[in-house]
Ligand binder design. Structure first.
Ligand code: 5GP
Length: 193
């Protein structure tokens, strides 16, 4: 039998694409998958906790970590800085765990240069209209921010060709099962490119 392989799992989608919901379901269903908590300079939203959703840090702290090489990748997204901790990823893999990253397309490109063995998945919203509706329904951003995020979404959709897998994020449970199946296949060496 081939040895099971562990690797990072990148899940990207435009803001409002439903990634966090998908990631939560995946974590519930497979205890071998950990979540990579990113560092960000964005202020926390009302329902977010430091150390759970993100590590919320100042720009100065972020710059220091960047200088120290603490990030495996980092990017400026929607006007704020976000970065993936090298230590978090290395720890997970050394404990023989998968680790799921919810990061943007620019960060993914950088990450894949460092760790090409990662599985990268891009979630498409069923349509731009539905994406706009989802952004409005979550009530976390004002109209200006929503329009800014929609403009970025168009760029991200156009910049997704290098992902391993594309899925349409229509039915959460179906998307979750597809991702888990893909992880299993790749881990057992039956990944078909
Ligand atoms: P939000 O502010 O809505 O939580 O996230 C905004 C965007 O930043 C999302 O597309 C999310 O995937 C991305 N993001 C979150 N953490 C990271 C990270 O560590 N690195 C990069 N490159 N993007 C991230």
């Amino acid at each position: 039998m081939t040895q099971k392989k562990y690797f990072p799992i990148i899940v990207s989608s435009p803001s409002g694409g439903g990634k966090s919901c998908i990631c939560r379901e995946i974590l519930k269903k497979n205890k071998d998958i950990l979540y990579s908590i990113s560092y960000t300079t964005r202020p926390p939203r009302e329902n977010e906790d430091d150390g759970k959703d993100y590590f919320f840090i100042s720009k100065r702290h972020f710059r220091k970590m960047r200088r120290n090489g603490d990030f495996l990748e980092w990017a400026k997204v929607h006007g704020h800085y976000y970065g993936t901790s090298r230590k978090v990823i290395e720890n997970a893999l050394s404990q023989e765990k998968f680790i799921i990253l919810d990061i943007d397309t620019k960060g993914t490109k950088k990450f894949l240069k460092r760790m090409p063995e990662a599985l990268s998945i891009f979630l498409f919203p069923p349509s731009m209209k539905i994406l706009e509706k989802r952004l409005k329904n979550r009530n976390t951003d004002d109209e200006k921010t929503i329009q800014f995020r929609l403009r970025n979404a168009r760029k991200e959709l156009a910049d997704s060709w290098y992902y391993d897998l594309f899925l349409i994020n229509d039915e959460i449970s179906i998307v979750v099962d597809k991702i888990l199946q893909e992880v299993k296949n790749k881990s057992e060496g039956i990944y078909l490119n």
